[in-house]
Structure formats: C-alpha cells, structure tokens
Ligand binder design. Structure first.
Ligand SMILES: C[S@@+](CC[C@H](N)C(=O)[O-])C[C@H]1O[C@@H](n2cnc3c(N)ncnc32)[C@H](O)[C@@H]1O
Length: 196
C-alpha cells in the first residue's frame, strides 16, 4: 500500500499514520515492544519489522481470529519468529511481557471487518494502560489511537483522556492530539513518553 507521496515522506492523514510515524522514530533494532490490540496485525507487522531479528513483540488480542490473521501476515513477511501472539486480554500483559519495553501500542475500538460488538472497554483498557507505564523503559512511549464513533467509544475516549491528563508531569510527558479540521468524533491520539 502506498503511504507517502515520496518514499521518505510519511503522510499524517490520520492518527494511525501519526502513530506509525512516531513508532518508527522510537523503536530500534533489538527492542522489546507490545501491541496491546493486535487485530488484523497492522501495528504488529510494523513493530516486528522495526525490532529486527533480535527483538521481541508481544501482541495481545481476545479474538482468536485476529491472532490467526496476524499469524498468516507475519509468516508471509518472514517476521513470525519475532512475535509472541498472546490470546488473552491486554489487562494481563504484566504476566507475559518481560520488562522493559520501548513502546506499547493500543488501537482501541472494534476489529475492522469483524464483530463490532467486541470492543475494548474502559475498565480493562485503563488497567492495561497502567501496566504499560510500569513496563516502559525511560524514554519509552505509549501510543494510543482512540475512537469515539461507536457505541461505548465516547465513554472510553473520555476515560482515557482523563487518565492521561492525571499522570504526574515529572514522570510522564503526556500528549493529546487530534485533527482540528475533522468531525468531532474523528479518531484521536494519546502519546505518553516516560521521562528519562
Ligand atoms: C481497532 S482493533 C485493533 C486493530 C489493529 N491494531 C490492527 O492493526 O489491525 C481493536 C482490537 O482490540 C481487541 N480487543 C478488545 N478488547 C481487548 C482486550 N481486553 N485485550 C486485547 N485486545 C482486545 C479486539 O478484539 C480488536 O481486535
């Protein structure tokens, strides 16, 4: 898929593109990272490419079909050895992930092309976000794409924004981003960096 007008110019046409651009800046060869919402594997594949053969990606999803789809995509790219696909909720990531990690990526909401009633939910999302901050290395990032257009999405968005705004300023650089020329319920983006 063409993502830029020139190979070296990333397009910032939405939060996912913004997220990927930032992930590319922060994730290095050999890193450990987490995809907290594996879904169809777009973020997992990017992370697996960036961590290289010595790195590790943990990718969580509660839907087996999502992990199976991602497994096929990873195998096609020859990246499957770098990824541990975990069929459980991201609220249990602390039991699986070896600290520390340079990035944790969330893409909230429902699986595109899947069952729209299976969504991320504020209580488990906030538990997973708390664990993510514990797992991050100094300078590491937490990237969260947030959707508010589906049922339950607005509540989750306000929960995540409130959580991010309450983080201690000395410990975390907490950013809220959204396109100002799109509808109010367009997706938005939270970026948190653990202070060094
Ligand atoms: C918007 S999709 C993710 C898209 C994905 N990043 C991609 O690149 O295709 C959200 C995913 O979160 C998953 N999900 C919902 N609740 C979850 C939980 N508690 N833990 C992990 N994944 C969850 C859903 O099954 C769904 O696949």
């Amino acid at each position: 898929m063409k993502t830029s007008i020139a190979d070296d110019i990333p397009l910032l046409s939405g939060p996912v593109q913004l997220s990927h651009s930032i992930i590319r800046t922060f994730v290095r060869n050999g890193d450990r990272v987490v995809d907290a919402t594996c879904g169809n594997g777009n973020d997992t594949c990017l992370l697996a490419e960036l961590v290289g053969p010595q790195g590790t990606v943990w990718a969580f999803d509660i839907q087996k079909t999502a992990l199976e789809e991602t497994s096929v995509r990873l195998a096609a790219l020859g990246l499957e050895k770098r990824v541990q696909l975990v069929h459980t909720g991201h609220e249990f990531m602390y039991e699986y992930v070896v600290p520390t990690v340079s990035a944790v990526v969330f893409n909230l909401g429902y699986l595109p092309g899947g069952d729209r009633s299976i969504i991320t939910r504020p209580d488990t999302t906030l538990r997973a976000l708390d664990q993510s901050l514990q797992l991050l290395s100094p300078g590491g990032i937490l990237a969260v794409t947030v959707y508010s257009g589906h049922a339950g999405g607005a509540h989750e968005k306000s929960s995540v924004f409130t959580w991010a705004a309450a983080l201690p300023q000395q410990a975390f650089h907490s950013w809220r981003m959204g396109q100002v020329n799109t509808p109010a319920n367009a997706p938005s983006f939270i970026l948190i960096q653990k202070a060094v």
